[in-house]
Each structure stands twice: as C-alpha cells, then as structure tokens.
Design a protein around this ligand. Sequence first.
Ligand code: GLN
Length: 281
Amino acid sequence: MKLKEYRTRFISRLAEVYDIVEAESLFSIVLKELKGWGRVDLAMNPDVSLTTVEHQKWDLVLEQLLKQVPIQYIFGKAHFYGMEFEVSPSTLIPRPETEELVEMVVHENRQKGKIKILDIGTGSGCIAVSLAKNLPTAQVFAIDVSAGALEAAKRNAAHNSVEVTFWQEDILALKSLPTQFDVIVSNPPYVRHVEKAEIKPNVLEHEPHLALFVEDTDPLLFYRKIAGLGKSALNSNGRLYFEINQYLGNETAALLEDLGYKNIALKKDLFGNYRMISCSV
Ligand code: GLN
C-alpha cells in the first residue's frame, strides 16, 4: 500500500478516538519515529509504498493508539524542557505545567551559584535532570519510592549528561532528610479520586496511579510531610517549590503558612490554573 493511502486510513481510524488535529499530529510523530521522515519528505515522495514488515509495525502502533496508550509509552520517550527523556509505565509522562515549575526554579536560582537542590518524587527524573542541566553549578539530589522510576531517572541523567544523586526512599516514612538543601522541589501525587471523572482515559488507564492519586480525605499529605521536613532541612535562605492541585491552591498556601513559611507565592500555569506554589523558610 502506498504510504499516502495508508496515512488516510491511519488517520480515519484514529479519528474514531481522537479529534482530527490530534490524529494528524499522531501520524506525524509515527512517521518521524518509524521512518525518520517529516511531512515534507512525505509530500516529496508521494508514491512511496510501505513494505509488508513496515505495514505490520505501523498497524501495531495504530492498535495501541486506538487503546489510548500514550504515544510517549509506545516509543518510550518524551520531550521536556528541550531534552529527551525515557518514560515507561512506572513513570508519569512529563507535563508542560511541570516545565513551568522548572522554569520558575531556574529563573529564581540562576545567580545563586553552588546550591544544593532536592527533588522529591522524581519519577522519570525530568525535574532533577533539567535543573542539573540548567543550573550547572548546583548539586542535585532526587528521591523516589519506585525502583522502576529510579532506573529510568538514572538513565535519563546519563542520557542528558548530568550528574544527579538518586536515593530510593518513601518520603512519607522519612523522619528527616539526610542533609541540608537550598532548594526543595516536588511534584507529588495530588489528584483526588473525586477528580477521576475529569481525567482522560489515556492518563487514567495507562499512567501510574502511585504518582497521581491521593485519598480524598487527606489530599495534601505529601505537602504537609515535605514542608514539615523542609522546615529543618532547608538552609536559612532556602526555598520550597511545589506543583499543586489547581483546586487546592488556597488550602496549600494555608498549610505552608501554618508551618511558618514566608513569602508564599501562588502561580498560575499556561492554562490559567493555580499550579505552582513557592515559599521561603
Ligand atoms: N498534572 C498531572 C495530571 O493532571 C498530575 C500530576 C501529579 O499528580 N503530580 O495528570
């Protein structure tokens, strides 16, 4: 079958599940990944045909996409803050909102020189690795409870040529942090079960629930624990940065205030939702 005809078939099948713009963009990603071609290459080679082997490979990807498997898991990679990251079902797919959190930490700490940074619940390592890359004089540490996530995070640090020290720890079980830090950053689980109805099937059915969900009765438990540990582990000029649940901005700010944090700043993401908070000790 000619690639052009296959494209029409591929996109019309995907349109059963995705909107047309997304279906076309998924085709472009597959074209790049499986054939190394951009749109222009296809336009310039309108008569090229897929071999039987290629056809089978493309069909396999199509089947997975129809089951709403995220394209990042199909090819095992995602892009974040201008870098490439390996992702697997034991790590969340890095989100654009989290790039904004990284941007805030980079922007506010650029002039600070040899600081120590800790990322809690690092997952794929996207926050820790991009901070290490963009704040090259900083020393970066990262914690996660999942051995699978840490393996991916270590490969991501190596792949992007940065040094990050990784520890496997359950943050909820830690009584104190092993050393002092100037910056603590975290994107912990924060989605309540009551919000499940808002979550798309590609996220709900494929991304790790361990990294996403918290109990409806205590949605801020990670924030309370991390901010509590930060009170003694942050240096006097230290700052804490969190990605947050958009519906719990005021509650998160109140929790930090109760713990004695100062200069609390709540920020919206590019979608206009309260998504980040930072404060100093
Ligand atoms: N922002 C992510 C989502 O909407 C959730 C990330 C998290 O729980 N830390 O799926």
